[in-house]
Design a protein around this ligand. Structure first.
Ligand SMILES: [Zn+2]
Length: 273
């Protein structure tokens, strides 16, 4: 939006990358082949059947369900570096920077706009199906909330979906991946989060591309993401795609593309239930 903001992004990303935060990454982490993968057949057997149907089908009834949506970052983060770099609890006994600016496409379309657009569309689709929706933020031009609150805001929900997009330096990197906390806060939360990651990966794979460099079925298991660590309910981060990939950038910048992402996420939620 303004020259100072643009200049700040690489600096902040460099600082925050040192702290292991997602969203600013210039390179994907190595494939986590050493981490255990979910057993086959763990997902809802009805999932593959339901995936072929349109997500906003009138028959989808989520009444009585509560879904928490965290659209990653915020439009005002870049202009408030002191606020977003202050340390907050990381959910593992340490601290982490409050938040990051996120990444952007090569035409400077910010991740926060993308996540906000998809989040609003997903909220709309969920409410159409009768679900209650709680959001981690109410607008796209303020600062934060910090990563600890991006877990705890979901305490009364059934599950939490955190929407992000990745910023690999290579324009050849392509596709989505799903991140789940390992270890989880409890065995139950970890099991249900793994089931959610599985459902999300399956739903996103139609029509999007899974980036299996991050793990089997494009699922990455990490101990260091504070939003997930601070969530008491089943939670995943969905890195919807690569913002520097020209094809994916075009989809991410368009309203129709954002609707497609929202519909895939919606399908993952329905399949998880
Ligand atoms: Zn992000």
């Amino acid at each position: 939006m303004s020259p100072p903001r643009r200049a700040l992004i690489p600096v902040l990303c460099a600082i925050l990358a040192l702290q292991g935060l997602a969203g600013c990454g210039s390179n994907p982490p190595p494939p986590d082949s050493s981490t255990p993968v979910a057993p086959e057949g763990m997902s809802d057997p009805k999932g593959s059947e339901a995936r072929d149907a349109p997500t906003t089908q009138p028959g989808t009834d989520l009444s009585g369900r509560t879904v928490a949506i965290d659209p990653g970052h915020n439009g005002g983060n870049a202009s408030h570096p002191n606020t977003i770099t202050r340390p907050v609890p990381d959910g593992r006994g340490g601290t982490k920077a409050c938040n990051t600016t996120g990444t952007a496409t090569d035409s400077d379309y910010p991740e926060s706009d993308f996540t906000w657009g998809v989040g609003q569309k997903l909220k709309h689709d969920l409410e159409d199906a009768g679900a209650e929706v709680v959001m981690s933020r109410d607008d796209n031009d303020s600062v934060g909330p910090c990563v600890d609150e991006r877990g705890t805001f979901a305490d009364d929900a059934d599950l939490m979906i955190s929407i992000h997009a990745n910023g690999s330096e290579s324009t050849k990197a392509k596709g989505f991946h799903v991140i789940v906390a390992q270890p989880g806060r409890s065995e139950t939360v970890e099991d249900d989060s793994n089931r959610l990651a599985d459902a999300m990966s399956k739903a996103m794979a139609d029509p999007f591309t899974p980036n299996t460099a991050y793990g089997k079925n494009a699922i990455s298991r990490r101990p260091d993401l504070a939003g997930l660590n601070n969530a008491s309910v089943p939670a995943v981060i969905v890195e919807c795609g690569e913002m520097r990939n020209p094809d994916e950038a075009k989809t991410m910048e368009s309203k129709s593309g954002q609707q497609k992402y929202a519909e895939a996420l919606m399908q993952g939620i329905v399949d998880w239930y």
